[in-house]
Design a protein around this ligand. Structure first.
Ligand SMILES: *Cc1c(COP(=O)(O)O)cnc(C)c1O
Length: 393
């Protein structure tokens, strides 16, 4: 054993593993979407830990960049925002019989209501001695959350009765689109039509609506006739494209998350070396393998063999199976490090995806490798990967 050990080179100053969140990109994307949506207001959707980007930093950045509202799926998520001191208008829309409606009313969180929640929200308002603010949700065709048109009259009249009692105010009507990422599909027109009818019925029944809202990110970008008073954008504020045939840059958006680590081991192997569980990949020549210390425990889909990893300016596909903690790239007969010296890529930055500005890999390539969408790739990056923040106000 040597008495002293030289520190190993860490070429890119990259920590062991990190998801870098570029808050300046978030601010840019919010401003971009806001200008597209104007005069409609913009709700920044920060559910699911802001699609994996970190709810609080994203929420603060989005508000500073001009977002008017924040949206979450769960009341518990909205309560975290309030607990952090965020006072902006907040809407939560996905409830269960265990949802703490009283806490939501007490915290001034607007509540989506598809039906059964109404009497629970009214009871919470009575207990808290504070009127709830309710957005009635109409199912215009998605077939998921929301009240079917057949039950809409009854829901509206029950809600207006509660409003007349002073228990709540119906401040919004909203719905969610099913196929807005495929702008040519006619179902969106049908959903808009049903939405207009539902809004008219609510207004005729006595609702004094502050916000009518229907559009998600793809509709915000492709269908101005869905904007109404407010758009609810998630994916776009993270700089990702919802469309098959248009990338972020073409939409004026900047991907906010970069996922990177260091090459953890670099070794020369002969031809015929099997790689990773199942030995599904076998080297066809003597080559250098690079070990990438990220796996499905970090949220990289196990199915995504072939996904891109950029090392020293070259993008390599993952070979063999992705394991819980690690995956392997084939660096080629001479590794890509300085002068081709074996092992020289040890400690080099390994980028799985980023903003693409340097020609580097994109989230969408991982989504393709995994047979999924960019939404899922970023949202599933696990808590084992530390988030670090750059840019911002
Ligand atoms: C998640 C969600 C959104 C945001 O959708 P994006 O496509 O990410 O913009 C909007 N509205 C509702 C009801 C949602 O659940």
């Amino acid at each position: 054993m040597k008495a002293t050990v030289e520190p190993l080179p860490v070429h890119g100053n990259v920590p062991e593993r990190e998801a870098v969140i570029n808050l300046s990109a978030i601010a840019h994307n919010v401003a971009q979407l806001r200008s597209i949506a104007a005069p409609a207001k913009l709700m920044a959707v920060v559910k699911a830990d802001a699609y994996g980007h970190g709810m609080l930093p994203v929420a603060r950045t989005a508000l500073a960049a001009g977002a008017d509202w924040l949206g979450t799926a769960h009341v518990s998520e909205a309560l975290q925002l309030r607990a952090a001191g965020i006072e902006a208008p907040l809407l939560a829309w996905l409830h269960t019989p265990s949802t703490d409606f009283a806490a939501a009313v007490a915290a001034g969180i607007d509540l989506g209501c598809s039906g059964w929640e109404l009497e629970h929200i009214a009871a919470a308002a009575r207990a808290e001695e504070r009127p709830a603010r309710v957005h009635l949700k109409i199912d215009t065709g998605l077939g998921r959350n929301g009240c079917p048109m057949a039950g809409w009259d009854a829901l509206v009249s029950d809600a207006i009765a509660c409003q007349d009692e002073g228990l709540l105010r119906v401040v919004g009507v909203f719905s969610h689109l099913a196929v807005a990422d495929e702008p040519h599909r006619p179902e969106t027109d049908a959903q808009i039509q049903v939405f207009r009818e539902a809004v008219a019925l609510a207004e005729d029944a006595g609702a004094d609506l502050e916000v009518r809202h229907l559009a998600n990110t793809p509709a915000t970008l492709s269908r101005p006739d869905t904007h109404f008073d407010m758009v609810r954008t998630g994916l776009g504020i993270y700089g990702l494209s919802p469309f098959e045939d248009l990338n972020s840059a073409q939409l004026g958006l900047i991907p906010a998350m970069t996922l990177q680590t260091q090459v953890a081991l670099c070794k020369d192997v002969p031809a015929g070396q099997g790689v990773s569980y199942g030995l599904n990949f076998v080297t066809d020549r003597p080559t250098t393998l690079g070990l990438i210390p990220l796996g499905y425990a970090d949220g990289i889909p196990r199915i995504a063999s072939g996904g891109p990893v950029r090392v020293n300016g070259v993008t390599y596909p993952v070979v063999g199976r992705i394991a819980m903690d690690q995956m392997v790239i084939d660096l080629g007969p001479h590794d890509a490090g300085d002068a081709g010296a074996p092992g020289s890529a040890l400690g080099a930055a390994a980028v799985l995806f980023g903003d693409g500005s340097d020609g580097g890999p994109l989230v969408e390539q991982w989504a393709d490798a995994a047979g999924t969408v960019n939404y899922e790739v970023v949202t599933r990056i696990s808590q084992r990967v530390p988030r670090t923040y750059v840019g911002g106000a």
